[in-house]
Ligand binder design. Structure first.
Ligand code: MRU
Length: 363
């Protein structure tokens, strides 16, 4: 998508064809800063410290992380180390494991001398595939927005949580792809952007994306959604996902479940934008089986921002003695999901629904 007049992806190769360049998302919305990754360990740090984040972009970065590792050490031991180190960075988004397993399947049978070139080529392909998947999700989601626009006057009000925008993917975003396409078609839209405590991906990233693309939006506190739904101010919810089970349970950023409950209670359609690499066919019951990342308590106890003089700072918001807990994701059971917007169309959130769209992938 565009930043100013220039088109960017979130990850690409620098001029030397080896260095991996990313947008440092910890600096947004205040500063647009690029960062270079030259080693696998740097790629692992970029994922763990959330310079890059969002399930599809985590997968793409892991792909390039393996390429960097092959450039450093293409031996079998190097391959195993790259896979293990990158896999340990974040536990919930299944795209990480998907990309690493994909790379290992490709690289393991090759002689070490061929591994670096093959790894860079596959990492680039993973990125291109992600862009195409999201574009397709966009076209299927667009039809839903068009249907709502056709039956009501005024803008279509869409609520989204966290950032499932282009910053969370290689381009387009998943939840935002339909929004960008609808805006390009001139459909009147308005987006409610959940701030998404504690990391504030909504306030920092989704709001920045909406602002950059001139899409009407309001930032709201995470607790406002239910009230807005009760008052008819939300026509649909579209969120992303970090892992969706074979039976359609959706794991996404903490707080998503509460939005789904409120949507269910108020008859508001609740859609999840789901690229196929985010489906974990090995698990069924999301609540019981998906590992939920526990992040640092400091993310809850402190807020980050920029002072008027431009200094970046963090401020404590709770008593020094108060411990904080920070589960980073939750699971929305399939029964609360109106539909899964995939690259192959919209599936009911059920084992049958997913298997019908992905007979080649379902076990
Ligand atoms: O902790 P994050 O910022 O990586 O969490 C991101 C989300 O929860 C997104 O909604 C999800 O990855 C889908 S991104 C298309």
């Amino acid at each position: 998508m565009k930043v100013g007049t220039r088109h960017y992806r979130t990850i690409w190769l620098a001029e030397d064809g080896r260095t991996v360049r990313i947008i440092d998302q910890t600096r947004l919305p205040h500063d647009f800063v690029l960062a270079d990754l030259t080693t696998m360990d740097q790629a692992a740090t970029a994922i763990a410290d959330m310079w890059v984040r969002g399930a599809p972009l985590i997968g793409a970065t892991a792909g390039y992380g393996m390429a960097l590792q092959m450039a450093e050490d293409p031996s079998d031991a190097g391959l195993a180390r790259g896979h293990a180190v990158l896999l340990a960075t974040r536990p919930t988004a299944v795209n990480l494991r998907w990309a690493l397993d994909d790379m290992r399947r490709l690289l393991a049978p090759l002689p070490p001398s061929d591994r670096t070139a093959a790894a860079y080529a596959r990492a680039a392909e993973i990125c291109d595939e992600d862009v195409e998947i999201n574009r397709r999700i966009g076209t299927h989601g667009l039809a839903l927005i068009e249907a709502i626009a056709a039956r009501k006057p005024g803008p279509v009000n869409i609520l989204t949580h966290c950032n499932a925008g282009w910053l969370a993917t290689v381009d387009w975003g998943t939840a935002t792809a339909p929004i960008y396409l609808a805006a390009a078609k001139g459909i009147p839209l308005h987006v409610w952007v959940d701030e998404t405590r504690p990391r504030n991906q909504g306030a920092h990233l989704t709001a920045w994306e909406m602002d950059s693309h001139a899409i009407p939006h309001h930032l709201i506190v995470d607790n406002a959604g239910g009230h807005l739904m009760q008052h008819g101010q939300v026509d649909m919810v579209i969120v992303g996902t970090d892992r969706t089970t074979a039976q359609g349970d959706v794991c996404n950023k903490i707080g998503t479940y509460l939005k789904a409950l409120a949507a269910h209670d108020n008859g508001v359609p609740f859609y999840v934008a789901l690229p196929s690499p985010t489906i974990d066919w090995t698990v069924r019951d999301g609540v019981a089986e998906i590992p939920i990342e526990e992040r640092s308590a400091d993310e809850v106890s402190f807020v980050q921002g920029k002072l008027a003089d431009g200094t970046r700072t963090r401020l404590r918001i709770s008593p020094e003695g108060t411990p904080a807990a920070n589960p980073a994701f939750d699971v929305t059971p399939a029964r609360l999901v109106t539909g899964l917007i995939t690259e192959r169309g919209i599936a009911p959130a059920s084992a049958q629904g997913l298997a019908a769209l992905f007979p080649d992938l379902a076990p």
